[in-house]
Design a protein. Structure first.
Length: 349
DNA sequence: GAGCATCCGGCTGATGACGT
DNA sequence: ACGTCATCAGCCGGATGCTC
């Protein structure tokens, strides 16, 4: 949905007299949409003005757009009611904008989780084991997600309630989904449908999402909005700005093979891609160090925190700044969610 | 303090989805 | 067909931090 100037020139902008006149007309109409003939007359008039004649033709559509936007803006300003909660009524649906997927806080960790150390398949049948576990190797926490057999979507695990070993097939765990009640508990195949929790992407982490990756993607349907597995088919890198990452990712959902272009905020990357960020950080360090050797005077790249790789060169897509990153990065198509996720301690990626 | 680069927030034009 | 709304993306100006 790009909006570059269609003629390649500078972005169109109404000048002050034009805006003043349109505002006056809007007031005359009590903020209602003026008739088409009025808008056309305005377009003709503006096109014939001294400033525009022979240079720019003001289109009817541009006038119409202005009135639409101005009316919408006026209304939005008037309706601004503070503190209005946006509560979704959709079951298990989570707003991707705030990047929260019923994440348990570390405080929720139980008294003896460390023995698990991310080795789920060997877990003992201790009832109500928290779905968040402290890694044995460091102070980070492991969080798990599980794939529901009811809708095929992935949910954060609040607690592992029990486990059983079937005579045939893989072991299963009884899972309490975060934010759901007992009636939603499910028995889930540990190897196939339980894994380390996918990670919401911060703006600077879009570089870790590459074509071919397995990701968890927020799919919004008519009557449900859930997280499903998806493969990244293509990544369209765009400039970052104050709002963060504006890259777009073409994904194909694994459950229905549908394709969609989504922003970063709808994507959760697999923890296995952490190494890419580490590579980026070390590459940025090398870059900063080499720059310091060549040019003692500090520059922006050296000053910028590594956690914001895009901020140092805001006008360039992050992956383009460091060719070594894309060259060395390996697509995660071979990720085996269950085994990997359940056995790899957090931070060891 | 001047000059510069960058960050940050807001404004604005454009477009698509959806409802009537 | 038209109106409403949400969102995208470019641009601009003020704030901030750094160097000289």
């Amino acid at each position: 949905m790009g909006r570059p100037p269609s003629n390649g020139g500078p972005a169109f902008r109404f000048n002050l007299p034009e805006v003043t006149e349109m505002e006056a007309i809007l007031l005359q109409h009590n903020t209602a949409m003026p008739g088409r003939h009025i808008l056309e007359a305005l377009a003709d008039k503006f096109s014939e003005s001294v400033e525009r004649k022979g240079k720019v033709v003001v289109q009817f559509k541009q006038i119409w757009n202005w009135f639409q936007n101005r009316r919408y803006a006026l209304r939005a300003r008037g309706n601004k009611a503070p503190g209005k909660l946006n509560v979704s009524s959709m079951p298990r649906a989570v707003d991707p904008a705030n990047q929260m997927r019923n994440v348990l806080q570390p405080l929720a960790v139980g008294p003896k989780p460390t023995h698990m150390s991310g080795n789920l398949p060997s877990m003992t049948p201790v009832p109500s084991v928290p779905g968040v576990m402290r890694s044995g190797s460091d102070n980070s926490y492991l969080e798990f997600e599980a794939k529901s057999g009811r809708d095929g979507a992935w949910y954060d695990v609040q607690a592992f309630l029990a486990h059983r070993n079937l005579e045939i097939g893989d072991p299963e765990v009884q899972v309490r989904f975060a934010g759901f009640e007992v009636e939603e508990d499910e028995w889930i195949n540990v190897k196939k449908h339980v894994r380390q929790r996918s990670l919401p992407c911060e703006a600077s982490e879009c570089v870790a999402v590459l074509a071919g990756d397995l990701v968890l993607c927020f799919q919004e349907g008519k009557d449900q909005a859930l997280y499903f597995d998806a493969i990244v088919l293509d990544a369209q890198r765009r400039r970052h700005d104050v709002r963060g990452c504006r890259c777009r990712f073409l994904v194909r959902y694994s459950h229905d093979q549908s394709e969609e272009i989504v922003p970063l905020r709808k994507i959760c990357r697999r923890p296995e891609t952490d190494y890419r960020l580490q590579q980026l950080h070390s590459a940025a360090n090398d870059f900063a160090n080499s720059n310091q050797l060549q040019k003692p005077a500090p520059d922006a790249a050296a000053k910028t925190p590594l956690s914001q790789p895009s901020a140092s060169v805001p006008n360039v897509a992050p992956e383009l700044k460091d060719p070594s990153l894309s060259a060395s990065a390996t697509p995660a198509t071979s990720v085996q969610p269950s085994s990997n996720a359940a056995t790899v301690p957090a931070g060891s990626a």
